[in-house]
Design a binder for this molecule. Sequence first.
Ligand code: NAD
Length: 531
Amino acid sequence: MISLESEENMDGQFLPRVKLTQSSIIDVDDGVKTNKSISETVECTREIFKTHKTLPLSFRKEQLKGLLDFFEKEEKSICEALYADLKKSHEEALIAEISLVKKEIRNHLNNLDDWIKPEKVKKSIANFFDDLLITSDPYGVVLVIGAWNYPVFVLFMPVVGAIAGGNCVVIKPSEVAEATSSVISRLLPKYIDNDCYPVITGGPKETTELLQNRFDYIFYTGSSQVGKIIYEAASKYLTPVTLELGGKSPVYVDKTANLKLTAKRILWGKGQNGGQVCIAPDYVLCTPEVQAKLLGFMEDAIKEFYNGSVKTSKDFGRIINQRHFDRLLKLLKNQNIAIGGHTDAAERFISPTILIDVRPKDPIMQEEIFGPLLPIINVRNAQEAIEFINAREKPLALYLFTNDGNVKKDFMEKTSSGGMVINDTIMHIVADGLPFGGVGNSGIGAYKGKYTFDTFVHKKSVLSKSFNPLQEKIESVKYPPMTPASAKFIVNVAKSNIVISTRYLTHALMFALGVAVTVSSYYINKKLNEK
Ligand code: NAD
């Protein structure tokens, strides 16, 4: 049931408020989740969007501040949930999840006034009299689906932009990170408007039900396989999508690199979240000579990072569930382990494990590893590494370790990946100003900072004309009947590249006025002298 009331917003306007008579948090555990409830929730969210409740800047900011409050006041519960799901340490939860989302919220709060302003466009002579603008319109009802590996970061980073864009947002956390999903659905409604931003929990069945509804934008983070299902469902209503997917992110190391630092930086990237990172280095390409030196430094790095005992270190996570643990053990079968290979099924623990003599046809090279296993494959040179990478799906990230300028140039020009890092791993995801996203099999679209806001708004072109009689006179050449002369005039105006900038208009007018005054005083003086 939906009922309408009205409420005053921060701008003093009275807005209709759609009230849900049942909670729009659909929780599988509560046993209240039915197909009808999901559809009804989406329908209610659409009704609310139609009331323009989410449009005022003040409302958007108020909700973003509410979201900030959620992360500040519920930090403890969120960190405990992340520990329960992934054994993520408090420090890692703060650094890699909560603080990044808080930063994104603050960035949107600080810049939203500017970002939502209609953008003025440079005009050509054909639009001399017109106003040309680009406005940033909310899409409407947006669906954000998150993945389990960074269950806070990947869910809320897009939600921030979607709220800032003035949309209603249906929020779907990953059921695999069960504790985090439960904290979000239980506590988030205390901080942001639950009618505009409902949380729906559940797994593939619930997501499938959700996708049967019409959305105006879908933002999905997860595997490429499910990404295809989402894309197909979106096509029914031609719904635009962002797909943040995964894949195998390669590393190439050449002999000019500082191999000690290279080993540290690769293993630091691989060690985050127990290797369950979408941009974790997936495999290493290098010559046998580089490999021999790298292995020694890798062994040292692991000892140094985890104080000689990975298992007891609080800085190394666990595999999310039994299914993924078994999958990783299967990938280890028949492999030559150079470093690590220690496992404990009871804890779902796998130590950082380096594999050598790996063949391109091995199962471990057929899928994204998403765990702490790192195969090394030998190539003869950079050219062969580029060919190896280009023979496979386009990766989400590509890592290159070299001091050779030509090799850097070659990789930048001759490979295609969502992002690229030279002489480090993972760091591009936190670099301000760089959009984050994939290409081809690793995704569609990119976000972060202003790119997140832009993802969730439609850039509408607006041309505004007046009824000015002079303009009408000049532009009346467009009306039929056409003559060769009018057609020629239109063609000439259309092909003109002259751009009219209003930037110096005042200066030009003042200059023209100055010239006019000088010329007229000259003639007046002349006339007076003649008399
Ligand atoms: P997951 O199992 O949590 O699934 C993601 C979402 O898809 C969940 O909300 C789930 O309910 C839904 N889902 C799962 N199966 C479905 C189905 N058959 N139909 C409809 N919905 C379904 O996460 P995952 O897919 O295991 O996540 C890991 C993958 O995500 C990796 O490939 C990783 O690289 C990728 N990832 C990418 C990014 C990125 O930013 N590009 C970030 C994190 C993870």
